[in-house]
Structures are given as C-alpha cells and as structure tokens.
Design a protein around this ligand. Structure first.
Ligand code: NAD
Length: 500
C-alpha cells in the first residue's frame, strides 16, 4: 500500500484538501513508495493562520516555558535518531550512518536553542545621562517560514526552527517534496514534547506553496536553503514583499593542495568530501586544485581510494555510498562525465552506467574522477551535485587562489598544507564564507553561524549561531528616566535632546 504524507497544521495531521499529491520514490529501487500532499494557497493560508493564532500566546511565553519544551524535544529526538535516519534513507537514499550524522548535526542546533536564554539576555547601560538608563532587547518577529532542500531533510529544517521558536516566533516549514517524511515525524515529536498547537506547522508542496509563503502578509521572515537560481528568486521576491530573508544557495567547493601537504591525508579527505552522500552535499568538495608537481601522485592516491568505495542501498550496512535522488538527476550528472573528455578533461574514473545487482531500477551512478579539467568545462563551472570530482592543476598558490576567487560560488573551501603562513594567507585572501585548514568540510558547529559568500547566500545573515538568533528577532532600545522628586522641573526645551 502506498504511504501518504499529509500536512501538519495546528498540532495535527491535515489531509491534503486540495486533492493534489506528488510521488515520493525510493532512490534505491526506483519505486514510488509514498504520495505527498501538495498544498494549495488555501492550505498554506490555513497553516499561516494557525501559526498566527499560536503566536499570540507563544510570543508572550516565558523563556523557561519555551526552553523546557525544547529540552524535552531534544531528549525525544535523541531517542528517535535511528527512526528518523531510516525515514531519510528510504526517501533520500543516503546510507544510514550518514543519515544519523545529519540528525546529530541538527541536534547541535537544538542544544543551542535550549540555551537561548543566554543569547537573548540583552544589554543594559545605566546612568547614560542623569537618572537615565538604556536597555537593548530583542523580540520575536511573528510567523516565520522555512523552505528546505532534499539533501538534508532533517538537518536543514533544524538549522532554522529550533532557534526561531526558541526566540518566540511560530513557524511554517515547506520541506522538500522529494523526502517529506522526516519533517512530519519531527512535528510529531515536537507535539509530544509539549509544543503548543500551531507553533510548528508543515505544509508540503511545490512552487504554489512556496509562492504563497513569499507573498503572505502575515509571514514576517523567510529562511531558504536550496539551489542558487531558486535562492535568488526567493530573496528577490520575499524582499519585494517586505520580508526579512536569508537564502542559502548552491556551491562549488574547492580544496587546494599545496606541494608540502601530507598527500595521503589530502587524498583521504578529498575522497570522503567528494563522494560522501554521493556528492549531494552543499559542502561537498567538487574541485581539487593541485598546486605544483604533486598532481600526478595526488590523483593516483585519490583514484586508489575512490575505486574501493562500496556503492549500494543506504539501508545495507556494507554500503558507503547510496543512489542519487532521482533518475533525472542521475542522468544529468552522467551527462557531465560523458561530455568531459570533449571539453579537454582526462577521465580517470567513469561512473556512468553503474548498476547494483537486484536493484537495477535504482538511481545509481558510480564514482567519477576527472583530471586536468579546464576552467572552461561545464563539469567545472556547474554545480553537478553528484559523485564527480574535478582535479585542476596550477603551478602556484596565486593561480590556485585566482581560480577559487573567480568562481561565482563561495560556500566552503579548504587548504591542505603544513605551512602555517600559507594557510593564514589563504584564510584572509579567499572569497568564501567557510574555510577549512586541513579540514575538507568546514561546517561550523552550532554556536558558530553557517553561510557562504557570493552566489551561495543572498541576504545579510548566515544561518544558526548568533546570526540565527539575530535573524529571528528584531531589536528594540528602551530609554528610561525616573526623575528624583527632589529634581527641579526640567522645563520646556525645544532643542534636540542632549545627554548630560
Ligand atoms: P531546490 O532549489 O530545487 O529546492 C529547494 C526548495 O525550493 C524545495 O523545497 C523546493 O520545493 C523549492 N522549489 C524548487 N523550485 C522552486 C521554484 N521554482 N519556486 C519556488 N520554490 C521552488 O534545491 P534541491 O534540489 O532540493 O537541493 C539541492 C540544492 O540545495 C543544491 O544546489 C545545494 O547546493 C543546495 N544546498 C545548499 C545548502 C547551503 O547551505 N548553502 C545546503 C543544502 C543544500
């Protein structure tokens, strides 16, 4: 029987009243296992109305009340890690250990939200003028929305809603229609933790649902994570509608390997970061820039390791890499490999045509490694979002840096070297939001914010960490004067107020 995933509105399941459903496929078998409701404008309006109603009391609730619910949610999430990871694997295809990893990284943000009281402490200056005090406080915005991608169906929503609700907002999530189940299970756990009805809502769907959130007058802010063209569209549209927006986009993450680097460590890192989650990570390394004479040795070391990767269903503990999300995406990824030689690259490993016995209809592709890729090649220029690693060669650090900085993307980047001076120079000179020094995937911990530069992020705020709290609150400054009864009356003074 086909499973049905419905919306979650006002603390309960809401069947798709519009009657529109989309298919959810198990990428390992190619079979449609689930139907997911696609929200109409009216259904999105119902979710926003529930969130607006809930905000009346949630926005006024005490920090103690909010954090006690978040602590309870944290315990439930911890206890249900495996179950959520299984839901992710069944719809996304990533291997179970990788799915568990994403739940763990989401939990970090729940940890942060449990301690929101510290972040919302505000500032007080006493006696700024005679008997005058000034307090800066931060208050919630109201109803806020999150729109999330397929590649982290649990973690990316948790980059958003724990801090949003901890700050006193209410939330409407529009998760990816490709793997919607984890978000609904999370909603159920939030309810079990005692979250009042309507504080967290989930509407599924496509552009219809997203566009309604972008224009709805009661939605005060939009957090988006997804591809660059859609991120740009979200930023432009929601901004034009007067909303606060953070829109994180796609990536092409470079890893520089300097001649003095430990090449075994660099090869291990490149293979893990390029092919983990089948390359469907916004922080995946997709371009290695080999500097100097080490290129041939490094490529050989990468090839040796990459060839050994076990590809199979994510539910099989022996698998290290699963299938791609859809057949269409698999075919697109394969087209970059097929065209690479004509574009001047050397194809060291060709993963196209790969299949897994007994799962022939799965969205499989093997490992591809392209060497001496020119910067003009589409395989280099586009975000492929699959298990394809491009190696570029340069003579010098400066040439390598120029390549990274010429990319329109600026999400993460890494340098592998034993030279502290070169690493320090790179940190300061590279145009990217997150930099790793001998760390290939420098995803910040929960209490440091995550975000890229250039076409990898539109908006002023990175996500989670202090930026997250800032994004989900607005500042208010209160200036107070309590005159002493003994003071002489101030009298009328039409001059601009001065402090004395
Ligand atoms: P996507 O942009 O196709 O979809 C993201 C969300 O936008 C989904 O909820 C989807 O339903 C919605 N959407 C899609 N098309 C739309 C349209 N025309 N109008 C309105 N809404 C639309 O992204 P995806 O394929 O789900 O995810 C992969 C992409 O996300 C990659 O580019 C990856 O780099 C990026 N990503 C970025 C980060 C980051 O932190 N920068 C993190 C994860 C993923």
């Amino acid at each position: 029987m086909t499973k049905i995933v419905n919306h979650w509105i006002g603390g309960r399941t809401a069947e798709g009243a519009s009657g529109n459903y989309g298919p959810v496929t198990d990428p390992a078998t190619g079979e449609v296992t689930t139907k997911v409701a696609f929200a109409s404008v009216e259904e999105v309006d119902a979710a926003v109305a529930a969130a607006k109603e809930a905000y009346l009391s949630w926005g006024q609730s005490s920090l103690a009340a909010r954090t006690s619910i978040l602590f309870a949610f944290r315990a439930l999430l911890d206890a249900h890690r495996d179950e959520i990871a299984e839901l992710i694997t069944a719809e996304h295809g990533k291997v179970h250990s990788d799915a568990l990893g994403e739940v763990a990284r989401g939990l970090e943000i729940v940890d942060l939200a449990c301690g929101i009281s510290v972040q919302l402490k505000g500032e007080l200056s006493t006696q700024v003028a005679t008997r005058v005090d000034v307090a800066s406080i931060r208050q919630p915005l109201g109803v806020v929305a999150g729109i999330t991608p397929f590649n982290f169906p649990a973690m990316v929503p948790m980059w958003m809603f724990p801090l949003a609700i901890a700050c006193g907002n209410t939330f409407v999530l529009k998760p990816s229609e490709k793997d919607p189940s984890a978000s609904v299970r999370i909603a159920e756990l939030l309810a079990e933790a005692g979250l009042p009805d309507g504080v967290f809502n989930v509407v599924h769907g496509d552009k219809v649902a997203v566009d309604r959130l972008l224009e709805h007058p009661d939605v005060k802010a939009v957090s988006f994570v997804g591809s660059t063209p859609i991120a740009r569209y979200i930023h432009t549209t929601a901004s034009a509608n007067g909303k606060r927006v953070q829109a994180l986009g796609g990536a092409k993450n470079h890893m520089l390997v300097l001649p003095d680097a430990d090449l075994d460590a660099a090869a291990d890192a490149a293979v893990s970061a390029a092919y983990g989650s089948a390359g469907e990570r916004c922080m995946a390394i997709s371009a290695v820039v080999a500097v100097g004479a080490i290129g041939d040795t490094l490529v050989e070391k990468i090839r040796e390791r990459a060839e050994k990767i076990q590809i199979g269903p994510g539910s099989d503990p022996a698998s290290e890499m699963g299938p791609l999300i859809t057949r269409a995406h698999r075919d697109k990824v394969a087209s970059y490999v097929a065209g690479a030689a004509d574009e001047g690259a050397e194809v060291v490993l060709d993963g196209t045509g790969y299949t897994v016995d007994g799962h022939e209809n799965g969205h499989w592709i093997g490992i591809s490694l392209l060497d001496k890729v020119p910067t003009s090649a589409k395989a280099y220029q586009d975000e492929i979002f699959g298990p394809v690693l491009c190696v570029l060669r340069t003579e010098t650090y400066e040439e390598a840096l120029d390549i990274v900085n010429a990319s329109p993307f600026g999400n993460g980047t890494a340098i592998f070297t034993r030279d502290g001076g070169a690493a320090r120079r790179f940190q300061l000179e590279v145009e990217a939001g997150m930099v790793g020094v001998n760390v290939p995937i420098p995803v910040p911990v929960g209490y440091h914010s995550f975000g890229g530069w250039k076409d990898s992020l539109f908006g002023d705020h990175h996500i989670y960490g202090n930026d997250g709290t800032h994004f989900y609150t607005r500042g208010k400054v209160v200036t107070t004067r309590w005159p002493d009864p003994a003071d002489a009356p101030a009298g009328v003074d039409l001059g601009f107020p001065r402090n004395h």
